[in-house]
Ligand binder design. Structure first.
Ligand code: NAD
Length: 479
């Protein structure tokens, strides 16, 4: 399926992709640019009819696609990744407009998506020889499930969609992507781009309203839901999927702790700590959301972090040197505002920010909270906005217990020059991803998955791919 002669995509018009065709719906809706609240282009509002058509096409396509080899599927995904890379500028600008993130972060997301498409479809998932004797050979085979529904949130719409696209298609499944109603634009263009690289029905995209996700999770024609979003919605997804015993992968919320020991080089680590606390205006599941700093260096560390953070510029994502974009949507903006109000009511002290200033868009002033009680909402809840609590600690066992005292278990980190001590502490943390002297490193070769209420199963790496497969034990008796 060549892309060379394909017409240039128009990034001002948006369609569903169903059965190899661009389609729309009688009713349409539009998203909002979060930097200025202006209306964006119209997008389809899919109903049961569109879901049924896409599922039917995906089931037909699965019959042939599941018979192709890993190598053939890898080639198609690599070509799709190159196609995405060719449109990097267009996708990045569209992403800034619909999501709000600064242009350098949007370009970074497209680069990551290209890399994940290629690397995920270069992993090996061969048949495993479980036993091989004179009498018999036993093989473990990884077989595609059928049709996957990929449900995507609004914070990393391109990367998270591409992770689900690559994992589904590479393992021989067909996939229907459903973007968040807040950020449908780039996903719809991914679907349109996919027409050049995949047979009809292999990769489809449907946009819609709040009722579209439930239509997919309950649909008997889907075999798996790969969901990324909040823990509350994750529970609903699992409940609905149980009716048809669909497989689920759930990548959910986090409340990551980072523990900073007293021996760190404060000036050296501050830029990195700020980056992995405030990237994408903290609208990332694996950002630092509780920052425990040893009491011996607490004041100095707080002052250095405040100085560094207040120098970072906020604004519309295309403005040069902007680091903080707006909150992506009104719903999340109101949630962060309610946390800010709680801060004032609970009497906890901001070391930076603490007030919501009037602006054209959904902007929140970056805020650092000075040693709030462990029970305050800003510590116990995932803010998903640039509001970071700094907490004091002195005893190693106590801080580990505090870090683990949450229903969440996505990521956690320890920062120290003493690597033996850091590893000893890190090994006691209850989360799916643990870093020493870092946070939020991700790689297509490494599984990401939450413990506790942060998820079920994992995405990425060979382990992630296995979640898109049925395991079959094949017993070959030789006599
Ligand atoms: P959300 O749960 O509100 O929505 C996620 C997706 O689910 C959207 O596409 C939405 O339309 C859809 N949806 C909503 N209700 C549904 C239902 N009943 N059935 C099926 N689908 C439904 O989450 P969000 O606000 O878009 O994203 C923010 C959350 O996502 C945060 O909690 C964040 O930590 C989490 N997140 C987790 C990861 C991870 O890898 N663990 C990555 C990114 C974001």
């Amino acid at each position: 399926m060549a892309s060379v002669d394909s017409p240039k995509m128009d990034f001002t018009k948006f369609h569903n992709t169903i059965d190899g065709k661009l389609t729309t719906t009688p009713t349409t809706r539009h998203g909002i640019n979060p930097a200025n609240k202006e209306a964006l282009a119209e997008v389809p509002v899919s109903t049961q009819a569109e879901v049924d058509s896409a599922v039917a096409a995906a089931r037909v396509a699965f019959k042939k696609w599941s018979k192709t080899t890993f190598d053939e599927r890898s080639k198609a995904l690599h070509a799709f990744a190159d196609g995405l890379n060719n449109y990097k500028e267009e996708f990045a600008h569209l992403l800034v407009t619909e999501q709000g993130k600064p242009l350098f972060q949007a370009k970074g997301e497209i680069d990551m998506a290209v890399n994940f498409l290629k690397e995920l479809s270069s992993l090996e998932l061969p048949e495993e020889v479980l036993e091989d004797t004179e009498e018999r050979k036993i093989l473990g085979r990884y077989l595609p499930l059928g049709v996957v529904g990929g449900i995507v949130p609004w914070n990393y719409p391109v990367l998270l969609a591409c992770g689900k696209i690559a994992s589904s298609i590479y393992t021989g499944n067909t996939v229907i992507i459903k973007p968040s109603p807040f950020t449908p634009y780039c996903s719809l263009k991914l679907g349109e781009l996919g027409l050049q690289y995949f047979p009809p029905g292999v990769f489809q995209v449907l946009s819609g309203g709040d009722d579209l996700g439930p239509m997919m999770t309950i649909h008997p024609g889907l075999d798996k839901i790969s969901f990324t979003g909040s823990s509350e919605t994750g529970k609903k997804v699992m409940e609905s999927c149980s009716k048809t015993l669909k497989r689920v992968t759930l990548e959910l919320g986090g409340n990551d702790a980072a523990i900073v020991c007293e021996d760190v080089d404060i000036e050296a680590i501050i830029p990195k700590v700020a980056l992995v606390s405030f990237f994408c205006s903290s609208q990332i599941c694996m950002m630092i959301k509780r920052l425990y700093v040893h009491e011996k260096i607490y004041d100095q560390f707080r002052d250095a972090l405040v100085k560094h953070t207040e120098a970072l510029k906020s604004g519309e994502g295309h403005t040069p040197d902007v680091f903080f974009g707006p909150i992506q949507n009104n719903m999340q903006y109101e949630k962060v505002k309610s946390l800010m109000e709680a801060i004032n009511k609970e009497g906890v002290k901001p070391a930076l920010g603490g007030k919501v200033e009037e602006s054209k868009g959904y902007f929140i002033t970056p805020t650092i909270i000075d040693n709030p009680p462990e029970t305050s909402r800003i510590v116990t809840e995932e803010p998903f906005g640039p509001v970071l609590p700094l907490l004091k600690w002195s005893d190693e066992d106590d801080v580990i217990a505090r870090a683990n005292d949450t229903k969440m278990g996505l990521g956690a980190s320890v920062w120290s020059k003493d690597l033996v001590r850091a590893e000893r502490m890190a090994r006691q943390l209850e989360a799916g991803g643990i870093w020493i002297n870092s946070h939020f490193d991700v790689s297509p070769r490494v599984p990401v998955g939450g413990h506790k209420w942060s998820g079920i199963g994992s995405e990425f790496g060979v382990n992630g791919l296995k979640g898109y497969c049925n395991l079959q034990s094949l017993w070959l008796w030789k006599k």
